[in-house]
Design a protein around this ligand. Structure first.
Ligand code: IVH
Length: 701
């Protein structure tokens, strides 16, 4: 008898012993104990089978354990445990997903596309940390799996909550669906896991499983999924977990809450995750220098076609968690990690037309209409041509054979024309002189490549895009008011400006044809829409500023403005010079913001909105005990032990605002050596001046 057979034998004896008592004769107390034991035991065998690939039980012995668990649960449904293995087959459907606020935002990674970008990433981190060139900085490298990120919460080793990323701050509760994913342990293994643990990783589908799933779908007359990522996304967002249970989803864990173990490293973290029962990437390398990272990247690129799952690049992470914490985040990305993306996939097709799209700020973007072609995992039938200059530089013409490329979630692009295949009748593209949507004149500002529709308030295409932006996820985030609805409401004359959104319900009450009587709407759906709008009558200042759609102002800059001005009225009273004192706002942006604030039409919209909604002042996540919370600080000169970037990040963590120039409003100037005019101004204005040592004392508390 072999070693394995012996184990199977022992397993069978254990099973036989457990089924010894007939289920009908088991008392509730016994059932409770046995269910607890079965949950642990089945979890252990899942770990041996799925993660370590060394099963100890024969299939029939394992099935017997599962059957015993189900039998007891059928008799005592009240005793079903949250970590019961029966959840693997799915729980009852839910009417909708609840929202979950992530304890720490789920960030995204910055991208590197070249060795130069990777070098810049390392240099930036070194500069920020003030590490000399010869000081070691180990960086871990791992594959970037092309799936969807998920967050899993464990309490005392039990899986209690699982969520999607959502907008990074708030995701959806998909616990029941994640419980059906075999790679996700319902109970952790080992005994050294933290009592409260959040694990993050990627839900994905292997290529083989994806193909088999699509074959099944086609046979069942269901539309196939475009790629494994879409298949995984579609499967995870099912309200009925039984459907998810039938989809072959997998999970790779790549992180846990680093703050809990600040002295750890990424490579140790992966080892711990594996010990606790997670699938982790095996192809991880610890690199000491840039050339090792590039070698790793090239190796993975070579192996990519043979891998059983799709990857779209590799991820580099500064290995030491202590350094990771110091580096912190900028915008929505950590400074300690970067994704090095693989080159885009390319394909050849025919360009059948060039159309002009009108954007939110009137920018006219030429778009190539293509004969559909499969590239980078999806069918592509449109690609951006950027602007008129770009069309002429590449001499793209209707009827041309072109190479298109697509990388990850980036918009497909036309890379080049195959001149040898150009039809003899082709003519160069003529950019229209009138806006194709409203007939307004096309204008081009001096020194700018973009051509715009000059009819900014009367062009319906611009108005619709502005409204879509206003209700979008990072702005007002109005559920159930999607792009199509906005278009319909606009065309029906019901919503022409953002103000109309908040008067819609009152007008509807007086209308002879209320929304509930309109085709496609009913009592419930119209009530839901008004409800969703009413829920957004209170909004944070940063979201509000972002929603206004000021050219160049994304959500990161909007937050910067909200943080700087604190309240809407103060922002509205700002001027060009004032805007320039904010670090991160350059003259170009200041021009656009000032122009927006001076426009009477825009001001009317903002004023009218203020009478319908509440715009909440910016809430500092400040540490109130900190002596510099709420203070305005300027750094000048060169600091000995800190980079400017780290000093600024420290100040912001303690609730202070860092600006670039000294004024009467400045509370402190931290002056390093060789401080010039800023120090002088501070002295003239009587602003307190701190040395680097003073500063370090404040930071250390
Ligand atoms: S670390 C700040 N490691 O790539 C986010 N991400 O934007 C830290 N991904 O949302 C993520 N494989 O969904 C990390 N080995 C890996 C990954 C990985 C895939 C995804 C993840 C993240 C996105 C980057």
């Amino acid at each position: 008898m072999g070693f394995l057979d012996l184990w199977i034998g022992i397993g069978l004896i254990m099973v036989t012993r457990m089924v010894y008592k007939n289920v009908d004769q088991v008392s509730p107390e016994e059932a409770k104990l046995e269910l607890e034991h079965l949950a642990k035991e089945i979890s252990r065998h899942d770990y041996l089978y799925y993660i370590l690939a060394v099963p100890l039980l024969a299939d029939n012995a394992y099935d017997a354990l599962r059957r015993r668990n189900t039998d007891i649960e059928n008799r005592f449904p009240d005793l079903i445990r949250p970590d019961s293995p029966s959840h693997r087959v799915g729980a009852p459907p839910a009417p909708e997903f609840e929202k979950v606020t992530h304890p720490k935002p789920m960030l995204s990674l910055d991208n590197a596309f070249s060795a130069q970008d990777v070098g810049d990433f390392i240099d930036r981190a070194r500069r920020f940390l003030r590490l000399p060139d010869d000081h070691p900085l180990p960086i871990s490298a791992e594959p970037k799996i092309d799936g969807l990120s998920a967050s899993l919460h464990y309490q005392n080793g039990q899986f209690v909550l699982g969520a999607t990323r959502g907008d990074g701050y708030v995701g959806e509760n998909i616990t029941a669906n994640l419980k059906t994913v075999r790679d996700i342990p319902l109970i952790l293994q080992g005994d050294d896991y933290p009592a409260t643990l959040e694990v993050r990783g990627e839900v994905y589908m292997t290529l083989q499983d994806f193909q088999a799933l699509n074959t099944r779908r086609v046979a069942d007359d269901e539309p196939p999924f475009a790629n494994p990522r879409n298949a995984a996304a579609g499967s995870l967002r099912q309200l009925d977990p039984h459907i998810t249970a039938q989809r072959p989803l997998r999970f790779f864990a790549y992180a846990y809450d680093a703050a809990q173990l600040p002295d750890g490293t990424q490579t140790n973290c992966l080892q711990s995750l594996k010990r606790w029962g997670f699938q982790t990437c095996t192809d991880v390398a610890l690199c000491d220098q840039q050339s090792d990272l590039i070698t790793y990247y090239e190796k993975m690129q070579e192996r990519r076609p043979q891998l059983p799952y799709e990857i779209d690049g590799v991820v580099y992470k500064i290995n030491d968690f202590g350094l990771q914490n110091r580096l912190g985040t900028v915008g929505r990305s950590p400074r300690h990690s970067i994704a090095h993306k693989f080159a885009a996939e390319q394909a050849e097709t025919i360009l059948t037309d060039i159309i002009i799209q009108v954007g939110r700020t009137g920018v006219l973007t030429p778009v190539a209409i293509l004969e559909p072609v499969f590239v980078g995992g999806v069918m592509v039938s449109r690609a951006t041509l950027h602007n008129d200059d770009e069309i002429h530089r590449k001499d793209v013409r209707v009827g041309d054979a072109v190479i298109v490329q697509r990388a990850g979630d980036v918009i497909p692009q036309v890379v080049q024309v195959i001149l040898a295949k150009r039809p003899p009748t082709s003519v160069p593209f003529q950019f229209p002189t009138l806006c194709p949507e409203c007939g307004g004149h096309v204008i081009q500002a001096d020194g700018q490549v973009a051509k715009r529709c000059g009819n900014s308030f009367m062009c319906p295409a611009q108005a619709i895009q502005k409204l879509k932006h206003f209700v979008s996820r990072d702005a007002f985030d109005i559920d159930g008011l999607g792009g199509k609805h906005i278009e319909n409401f606009y065309n029906a004359g019901l919503i022409r400006t953002p103000v109309d959104i908040f008067t819609l319900e009152d007008r509807d009450k007086l209308s002879k044809t209320p929304l509930s009587t309109v085709e496609g709407w009913g009592d419930l759906s119209s009530a839901n829409l008004f409800n969703a709008i009413n829920q957004r009558r209170k909004i944070s200042l940063d979201r509000f500023i972002y929603a206004l759609g000021i050219p160049q102002i994304g959500h990161v800059t909007a937050k910067l403005l909200a943080k700087h001005y604190g309240a809407l009225d103060i922002f509205l009273a700002s001027d060009h010079d004032d805007l320039l004192t904010i670090e991160g706002i350059g003259p170009n942006m200041a021009d656009d913001i000032a122009a927006f604030l001076q426009s009477p039409e825009q001001r009317t919209v903002v004023d009218n909105l203020q009478s319908l909604i509440v715009i909440q002042p910016f809430q500092e996540t400040r540490q109130t005990e900190s002596p510099i919370a709420g203070k305005i600080i300027v750094f000048t000169g060169s600091l000995e032990t800190l980079s400017r970037g780290e000093a600024k990040a420290q100040a912001e963590r303690l609730g202070a605002k860092v600006t670039g120039s000294v004024s009467k409003k400045t509370d402190y100037v931290v002056a390093g050596s060789d401080s010039g005019s800023k120090l002088k101004t501070a002295q003239q204005l009587g602003v307190s001046v701190l040395t680097e040592d003073d500063w370090l004392k404040i930071v250390k508390g």
